[in-house]
Design a protein around this ligand. Structure first.
Ligand SMILES: Cc1ncc(COP(=O)(O)O)c(C=O)c1O
Length: 387
């Protein structure tokens, strides 16, 4: 999303921090994905940005949803979205939440451990499960390795165990790591999934579904593979590795790539100071207030309003809390004359910002504004269009 004149006007006339979102870009992202990956069913990963306006637009477009918790499930059900459009993709679930989900018509559950399968079998008898394969996430900014998924041999054991428990092990899921730069990560994963499908076939268990997870990147600073390039790798890998069975059903759980480029985070400078040979800039967003992903050094393009072409120097950029972890970047290039009240934009920050905030120190995190309904108001007047 460009920092257009309209975005700049909105930034200048609304209290910061906030994320300004463009729903038409979300729609374009959705359309492109279903065009490029043949027959894929999209389960938008709600955690990336759970704002009801985004959920509503995607639902109207035909999307289903990957949910992580009862909280997300209830939110979507309350919006009138049926359980049949949801998949409970968290591999770590409360028993009572599994039961709740099953009773509400949710029939897809993820698991990567025997105990999780036992919980599902007790509370959602006969449900469809997909087993999560671990990926190393090596060329991604947010790897999601280690904690999630398990190795291929263990997945095979889980397939048999799920079947023994009376569940329907319909498929395998994986996540190549969020913000993945290597399109061949999907090929690597699909090769392993084919091996698991083949094993299941020999065991007399029919697996039909591949959940491609998330991981499609957004353009921040580094070059990324396009959606079309990733889709090509996926389509070709399916043709190459799954010729021993009928074409699998494909699910995908995009989060970042649905909303990341549809938002700009707007913040303001609260303080500038020099100490111990370092120049510091403090803003009203930070690690606890919308910019959590920067702790893994996810690099946004940072722009200071009206000073785009001024000479730059290196600053340390920090958030507003009384906590020393709240440093966004140890080193970032900003205009050398950046000062109190300047507006600082974080470009393509529509994902993992509005939902990644706390009330730490009693400070409110960024709220959402939508381009289609915001009216430009006088500075520091709260915009009520966001609900
Ligand atoms: C199970 C699952 N699916 C999908 C996603 C979305 O991933 P991304 O934002 O990289 O598209 C996540 C992100 O954490 C996830 O945990």
């Amino acid at each position: 999303m460009d920092i257009s004149e309209r975005v700049r006007d909105i930034a200048r006339s609304n209290e910061s921090p906030f994320v300004v979102m463009d729903l038409d870009i979300v729609e374009d992202n959705y359309d492109q994905l279903i065009k490029d990956i043949s027959g894929v069913r999209v389960f938008y990963a709600v955690k990336a940005n759970s704002h009801p306006k985004i959920i509503k637009r995607l639902y109207d477009l035909g999307s289903s949803f990957d949910v992580a918790s009862r909280g997300e499930i209830e939110m979507l059900l309350n919006m009138g979205i049926p359980g049949s459009r949801l998949s409970f993709g968290n591999t770590i679930k409360k028993e009572e939440d599994i039961r709740f989900a099953f009773n509400k018509g949710i029939n897809y559950f993820a698991a990567d451990a025997e105990m999780e399968l036992e919980k599902i079998a007790r509370n959602a008898p006969g449900a469809q499960v997909y087993l999560r394969l671990a990926m190393n996430g090596s060329d991604s900014d947010w790897p999601l390795s280690r904690k999630f998924g398990t190795n291929i041999d263990h997945v095979k054991k889980l397939v048999v165990y799920a079947n023994d428990l009376g569940l329907a092990p319909i498929g395998v899921s994986f996540h190549v790591g969020s913000q993945c730069y290597d399109k061949y990560s999907w090929k690597d994963a699909l090769m392993q999934v084919a091996d698991i499908f083949w094993f299941a076939k020999l065991e007399g268990i029919k697996m039909t579904t591949i959940n491609l997870g998330g991981g499609i990147p957004v353009k921040y600073v580094r070059d990324i593979p396009t959606v079309a390039e990733i889709a090509n790798v996926i389509n070709e890998s399916i043709d190459e590795y799954f010729n021993f069975t009928e074409r699998p059903t494909l699910f995908i759980e995009p989060g970042r790539s649905m909303v990341g480029n549809a938002g700009i985070l707007v913040s303001r400078v609260l303080l500038r100071s020099s100490k111990e040979k370092k120049d510091w800039v403090y803003i009203d967003a930070g690690v606890y207030h919308g910019l959590m992903e920067t702790i893994e050094n996810l690099r946004y393009t940072v722009v200071v309003d009206g000073k785009d072409d001024h000479p730059k120097k290196t600053f340390t950029l920090a958030g507003p809390t009384c906590d020393s972890i709240d440093v966004v970047y140890d080193e970032v290039e900003l205009p050398e004359d950046v000062t109190l009240g300047d507006i600082v934009y974080f470009v393509n920050a529509g994902a993992y910002t509005l939902d990644y905030k706390t009330h730490f120190n009693g400070i409110e995190g960024p709220y959402a504004l939508f381009l289609d309904e915001v009216t430009v108001r006088s500075t520091h007047e709260t915009n009520v269009a966001d609900s």
